[in-house]
Design a protein around this ligand. Structure first.
Ligand code: SAH
Length: 449
């Protein structure tokens, strides 16, 4: 098979990234925007050693699970993978993905519970980080990256975000243009404005606007907040983040608060939460609440000492604090730990302590004996060393693992099972409708000796 070949492909599966998968001339072909059951004419665009990438040239017979995408840039923007599927079909794909990882990677004969579908599949995200660039005419633009690229795709109305985010983004761009502010150029490492970062507390309505800049100051900074407040009265704080590093990481370490307290608040799972711009906060508040309910039902924290690893602003642990004997949270991001401590105080919680440390180092050194371990790591998972400390040294009654990557989850579950734990329940929850991401919460318990 070579580039530009036209092949007929029957789509039989979906990849982790949400591409359709089929076989042509004995080669695996990945096709974005395809659906299981499609018969396609596919143009080969990239040939690698063991597989190819193709582009749909023509849909010969459409899958029953197809629908018309409601977003005009869905095939260009790297954000959504499943706009062309019915939501039921999307849930089935995610269910299968988790089940496949549990079987193939973890090697466990465990039946995955039916995925909990999202209550809404539009306007569920409370956070946007728009990269800023320029168009062919040199005008400032902001949008989302195309898949596997840093090319900016403009998306005037992202279906996943609240509409006021569009107005704020456009107001920032208009303000920046008036001030003669330049867009950051990644290749040359020149220019000022890198990202427009907006976050909203869906319960409180409070909005944070954070501009990430490659420099010390923003021209017109003293007028920015007033300008933005004319567009959206719900803005509670406006912040500058300084990031002068040559990096893909969006946020730098330093902030300048231009307006408000530099934080917003929200309410999640019975907890009043304060969130700083650098702190992780689940992007889908409503479904995060469902996730935390399941985590609590799995953990049964009543009267127990609970270790909450990768705790962010402390939200999972704090939501269980009233039932638990003690909560110990661990998180590497300083501002998140500060938020977690402040959140305990805001909510009158006196049995929670938070440590700024890596999960592994804290587990090795804190000298604690938790009854229950909760862990909610980033995509790369917990890893062998941490699993060994938890399963080998702590030996808690139960482990509740919240994961945003089924593959690393399955890898870690296998390790837990080799070290005396048994998987009791695997529950996928759809926190990220229309995208290929899926969240899973797993209950493990210690096997009887
Ligand atoms: N449990 C939280 C946050 C989960 S996101 C919630 O539900 O909101 C994962 C968190 O792990 C992030 O806050 C990230 O900063 C933190 N983190 C990343 N690597 C870490 C490590 N090695 N040790 C501890 N925390 C880490």
């Amino acid at each position: 098979m070579k580039k530009n070949d036209l092949v007929t492909l029957s789509v039989t599966g979906m990849s982790a990234e949400g591409n359709g998968v089929g076989r042509a001339e004995n080669t695996v072909v990945f096709v974005p925007g395809a659906a299981v059951g499609d018969l396609l004419s596919v143009r080969i665009v990239k040939v690698l050693k063991n597989y190819c990438f193709g582009k749909i040239a023509e849909i010969l017979t459409p899958s029953d699970s197809r629908q018309q995408p409601d977003c005009p840039v869905s095939s260009k923007c790297g954000g959504c993978a499943f706009c062309h599927l019915s939501y039921a079909a999307e849930c089935a794909v995610k269910q299968q993905r988790v089940q496949d990882c549990i079987q193939r990677i973890a090697g466990l004969p465990v039946q995955v519970s039916p995925i909990i579908a999202a209550t809404r599949i539009q306007q569920y995200r409370n956070k946007a980080q728009y990269p800023v660039g320029t168009d062919a005419q040199g005008r400032l633009i902001a949008g989302f990256y195309a898949l596997h690229s840093h090319r900016i795709v403009q998306c005037p109305r992202c279906r996943l975000l609240p509409p006021e985010f569009d107005q704020i983004r456009d107001a920032v761009l208009a303000f920046a243009a008036k001030q003669g502010i330049s867009a950051y150029d990644e290749a040359a490492q020149t220019g000022l404005l890198r990202h427009i970062y907006i976050r909203k507390g869906f319960v409180t309505g409070q909005i944070m606007v954070c501009l990430v800049i490659n420099g010390k100051s923003l021209p017109g900074a003293d007028r920015l907040a007033q300008y933005l407040l004319q567009v959206c009265g719900d803005i509670r704080t406006v912040v500058i983040n300084h990031n002068t590093a040559d990096t893909n990481v969006i946020l730098g370490d330093r902030y300048t608060v231009l307006y408000g307290d530099g934080v917003i608040t929200d309410r999640l799972a019975g907890v009043d939460v304060r969130i700083s711009p650098g702190s992780f906060y689940q992007v889908n508040r409503d479904m995060a609440e469902r996730l935390y309910q399941i985590a609590a039902a799995f953990a049964c924290p009543d009267g127990k000492t609970v270790l909450d690893l990768y705790c962010g602003a402390g939200t999972i642990g704090l939501s269980m604090a009233a039932r638990a004997k003690r909560i110990i949270g661990v998180e590497t991001v300083k501002s998140a730990v500060k938020d977690a401590r402040a959140n305990a105080i805001r909510n009158g919680i006196e049995n929670a302590d938070f440590y700024c440390d890596t999960a592994l180092h804290a587990a090795q050194t804190l000298g604690i004996a938790p009854d229950i371990v909760l862990l909610d790591p980033p995509r790369k998972g917990a890893g062998e060393q941490l699993v060994s400390v938890i399963a080998g040294s702590f030996q808690p009654e139960r482990v509740v693992y919240v994961s945003c990557d089924p593959a690393t989850l399955a890898r870690d579950l296998k390790l837990f099972c080799q070290q005396g734990y048994v998987v009791q329940a695997v529950q996928p929850v759809d926190l990220f409708p229309r995208t290929a991401h899926v969240e899973t919460v797993v209950l493990m318990s210690k096997t009887e000796k």
